[in-house]
Design a protein around this ligand. Structure first.
Ligand SMILES: [Zn+2]
Length: 406
C-alpha cells in the first residue's frame, strides 16, 4: 500500500539512533532485537513511521504462519480442562480455581527436573479415559490453530495407567481427537509415539509396534524422552532400527541433560533425523559439524530450557549460533501449559534475547515445515500452502497490531 509517497517497509535502526518516529512515540518504548529498534515506515496505511513495541512484534509472531514439531500432549493440557474433567467424573479437584491450579502446575525458574515431574501428579487422572484423551488432543490443535500454527506434530507417551487404558486405546483416542480437530478447524496434525528412556526395552517394542500399526491413521514418528543421564539411547537401538525400516520418522530428546556425545549416539545408533533440544551440542564443534553434514534438525524449546536451568539466561541460547553455522533449527513450546508459553512468545523471546531478525524467524518457521515427518507429496503441498500463507502475512504485516493512536 502506498500512501502519500511512502511504501511500507521495516528496518532495524542503528542502536545509537536516538530519534523519534513521526508521530512522536519514543525509541525507548520500542522492541529492539539485537539492540536494534524495529521501525516501520508507512504502517497501517499511515503516512507516518513508527517504532514497533514488543506487544506489536508479538502480534506479528502470532499471525505469522508457523509449524510446531515438539509438543507433548501431557504438558499441554489446559488448566481449565483439568478442572472440567475432575468435575465431570466427580474426582477431587486438584485446586479450586484455574489461577490456583496454574500456581501448582506452572514451572518457575529455580525449580528442577524432579519438581517438573511432580507437576503431573496433580492431573494424571485426565489421561485415564479414551474420551478425555481425545479432548486433550483436540485442544492442543485448537490452541495451536489460535496462533496460526498450520501444522502440528503432537507427541504422547501411550503407556499410561494401563489398567484403565491400553497403549492402543491411548493412541487411537489421540488420533480421534486430532481427526476431529482437522474436520472442525481445518488444521493439519500428525502424531509421534514417545518412549520413556527408563522403560524396559520390551515396553519400547510394544509402543513401536503400536505406532507402526497406525501409520495409515496419522502416526508419523517415534520419540525417545526421559532420563538422558542414566538411560543411553543405545539401549533402544534395535527398536529404532525397526521404526526406521518401517518408515517412521525418528526424533530423540538429547543434548539437554547430557552433552554432545548423547546427541551423536541418537544420530549414529538410533538414526535420529531430528533431535529434541540439542541445546548442549555447541560444547563440541565436531558434533556440530556432524549434524550440519547430516542435515539433522534441532527441535529447540527455549523457555523449557530456561526453566529447567539448562540455559538459565536466554541471552546465551545457542539457536542463532546453530542457525548461522548451518544446522536447521526449529522453535517449539515443549509443554505449553507447564511452562505457560505459546509459540509467538517463544519467537519473540528469541528475537529479544538473541537478536534474531524477522527474516530469520520466518526462515525458522519454514524449517519446521521442511522437517515435518510427512511423505514427499504431502510435504510438497504443505510447503506450497505455507509459502502462500507467508506471502499473505508479509503483505498485511504493516497493518498488524497498528501503531497506537496519536
Ligand atoms: Zn520434549
Amino acid at each position: 500500500m502506498q500512501v502519500q509517497g511512502k511504501t511500507p517497509s521495516y528496518t532495524y535502526k542503528p542502536a545509537n539512533n536516538k530519534g523519534q518516529c513521526d508521530s512522536g512515540c519514543a525509541q525507548s518504548d520500542s522492541f529492539a532485537p539485537g539492540g536494534q529498534p524495529v521501525y516501520v515506515d508507512g504502517w497501517a496505511g499511515s503516512a507516518q513511521g513508527h517504532f514497533v513495541s514488543k506487544a506489536q512484534f508479538q502480534e506479528w509472531m502470532r499471525q505469522m504462519p508457523k509449524a510446531e514439531l515438539h509438543t507433548h500432549v501431557e504438558g499441554s493440557v489446559r488448566p481449565q480442562t483439568i478442572l472440567d474433567i475432575a468435575d465431570q467424573y466427580q474426582l477431587p479437584l486438584p485446586a479450586p480455581t484455574v489461577e490456583e491450579l496454574k500456581q501448582k502446575i506452572g514451572m518457575r525458574q529455580g525449580e528442577n527436573l524432579l519438581d517438573f515431574l511432580k507437576k503431573f501428579d496433580h492431573f494424571r487422572f485426565v489421561f485415564d479415559r479414551p474420551e478425555t484423551l481425545s479432548r486433550l488432543a483436540y485442544e492442543c490443535i485448537d490452541d495451536n490453530a489460535r496462533e496460526n500454527i498450520v501444522y502440528t506434530e503432537l507427541r504422547i507417551n501411550p503407556r499410561k495407567n494401563t489398567e484403565k487404558v491400553s497403549i492402543d486405546q491411548v493412541l487411537d483416542s489421540v488420533l480421534d481427537g486430532m481427526e476431529k480437530a482437522k474436520k472442525d478447524l481445518g488444521v493439519e496434525g500428525r502424531l509421534i509415539a514417545s518412549i520413556n528412556r527408563s522403560y524396559p526395552v520390551e515396553s519400547a517394542w510394544e509402543i513401536a509396534r503400536a505406532a507402526v500399526a497406525r501409520k495409515d491413521r496419522g502416526i508419523v514418528g517415534l520419540d525417545l524422552a526421559g532420563d538422558e543421564v542414566n538411560h543411553p539411547a543405545s539401549k533402544f537401538a534395535e527398536v529404532f532400527e525397526y521404526a526406521k525400516a518401517n518408515g517412521l520418522g525418528i526424533t530423540i530428546h538429547a543434548g539437554e541433560a547430557r552433552g554432545p556425545e548423547s546427541v551423536m549416539q541418537a544420530v549414529e545408533l538410533c538414526h535420529a533425523q531430528r533431535i529434541g533440544h540439542g541445546v548442549r551440542l555447541h560444547e563440541d564443534p565436531a558434533a556440530m559439524q556432524a549434524l550440519r553434514d547430516k542435515g539433522t534438525v534441532l527441535e529447540m524449546c527455549p523457555e523449557s530450557n530456561k526453566l529447567l536451568n539448562v540455559t538459565p539466561d536466554l541471552k546465551a541460547y545457542p539457536l542463532k549460533t546453530y542457525m548461522e553455522f548451518g544446522i536447521p533449527v526449529t522453535i517449539n513450546t515443549d509443554d505449553r501449559h507447564i511452562f505457560d508459553v505459546n509459540l509467538a512468545h517463544e519467537y519473540t523471546s528469541l528475537a529479544e534475547n538473541t537478536g534474531l531478525s524477522l527474516q530469520q524467524l520466518q526462515g525458522v518457521a519454514r524449517n519446521a515445515v521442511q522437517a515435518a515427518f510427512l511423505p514427499g507429496q504431502e510435504k510438497t503441498a504443505l510447503l506450497a500452502s505455507f509459502d502462500r500463507d507467508m506471502k499473505r502475512f508479509e503483505s498485511k504485516l504493516y497493518r498488524i497490531g497498528g501503531p497506537a493512536a496519536g
